[in-house]
Design a protein around this ligand. Structure first.
Ligand code: TRP
Length: 336
């Protein structure tokens, strides 16, 4: 049986949170446990360079993301885990792809437009890396000849773009790449605690980090907003407009509890405090095994993290180097 090649990456921008877990990492673990899949998960530290310029923070972020990968249960002996910067061939492939990438498609990418506007607002000029970001991403995907890319909806246009480039390369130079597909089904989008968009690192107060202790989780939830109509304890509420209820759904609180909350919120029988206590337990139950694994990993010493990155880098590089050499041959730019 031919295995599916799964690839996904996460930018190195600091600690991961519950939104990353339910939106991506949980899915990564499940895919890697499926024997029909061969999984490559990497830390996109070259992509981080488009928005971050602090070298020591960047180094630390890569390790922190790796710790989170492992803590969430990705087994480095099953999935290949690596840092993008360990594989220079990716940038070589990225160059070849950039020479067939239509610039008009790059300028209309939502991610590019958003970042460019933010930079303009801050009085800065966008860098070229932001524009070619999707080309590098295509090189990540095509370098391992992936056909399945599990990412959040916001990254779907980038995967579609990689597919277009793969087609164009194959048509122009000869069949080399599989056509990658966006795989979004299993990932959930978790709102921030402040209910202003999805949970995201840039809004620190609205985030539950994967290493938050049970006490911190309780405290953060305590001040999180609920249905704004519920001001006094016995005010009736509407679960459909309550952000905490969104969490109950997304995190799969037990159906019996959900049924009770739905009913008793509307009549004012259950208070927000109790409802949040139920949610705290759900969150802490999700985090408990992650904390346990994290403690084990930290116990194995800092060398362990370096070793995993090194081993994964060697493994991934072997695969990617082969693809890139094939691409160079096809394009007519061999290494003489
Ligand atoms: N751009 C992705 C993000 O910000 C990270 C990423 C880089 C990626 N290269 C990739 C994801 C290749 C999937 C495949 O989330």
């Amino acid at each position: 049986m031919k295995r599916q090649i799964v690839l996904s990456g996460i930018r190195a921008t600091g600690k991961m949170h519950l939104g990353n877990y339910v939106g991506a990492l949980k899915n990564f673990v499940e895919l890697s446990e499926d024997k029909a899949m061969e999984c490559f998960y990497f830390i996109a530290n070259l992509h981080t360079l488009t928005t971050h310029t602090n070298p020591s923070e960047l180094r630390e972020s890569v390790k922190s993301v790796l710790r989170d990968f492992l803590a969430c249960g990705i087994d480095p002996n099953v999935a290949t885990i690596y840092a993008q910067s360990s594989i220079p061939e990716i940038t070589e492939l990225s160059w070849m792809l950039s020479c067939i990438a239509p610039i008009n498609l790059l300028t209309i990418m939502p991610h590019f437009k958003e970042k460019r506007d933010k930079m303009h607002e801050a009085g800065m000029t966008e860098n070229a890396g932001l524009l070619t970001y999707p080309v590098l991403m295509a090189a990540d995907i095509l370098g391992v000849k992936s056909n399945l890319v599990p990412v959040g909806d916001d990254q779907a246009p980038h995967v579609e773009f990689a597919r277009e480039l793969a087609k164009k390369f194959n048509d122009t130079f000869g069949e080399l790449f599989q056509l990658p597909k966006f795989f979004g089904g299993a990932g959930l989008r978790l709102p921030g605690l402040d209910n202003r968009g999805k949970m995201s690192k840039s809004e620190t107060s609205s985030v539950i980090y994967l290493d938050d202790t049970p006490d911190i989780v309780r405290k953060k939830l305590k001040v999180a907003i609920t249905d704004p109509q519920r001001i006094k304890r016995y005010d009736p509420g509407d679960p459909n407009v309550c952000n905490i209820f969104n969490f109950h759904h997304a995190l799969q609180t037990a159906p019996l509890d959900i049924a009770r909350i739905t009913k008793e919120c509307k009549t004012g029988e259950i208070g927000c405090v109790e409802c949040k206590e139920i949610l705290s337990k759900v969150v802490n139950d999700i985090l408990a095994p992650i904390h346990e694994r994290r403690a084990k990993i930290i116990g194995m010493g800092t060398n362990y993290i370096d070793d995993v990155l090194h081993e994964g880098g060697l493994r991934a590089r072997k695969v990617i180097r082969k693809t890139v050499n094939e691409a160079k041959e096809l394009v007519g730019i061999p290494c003489y």
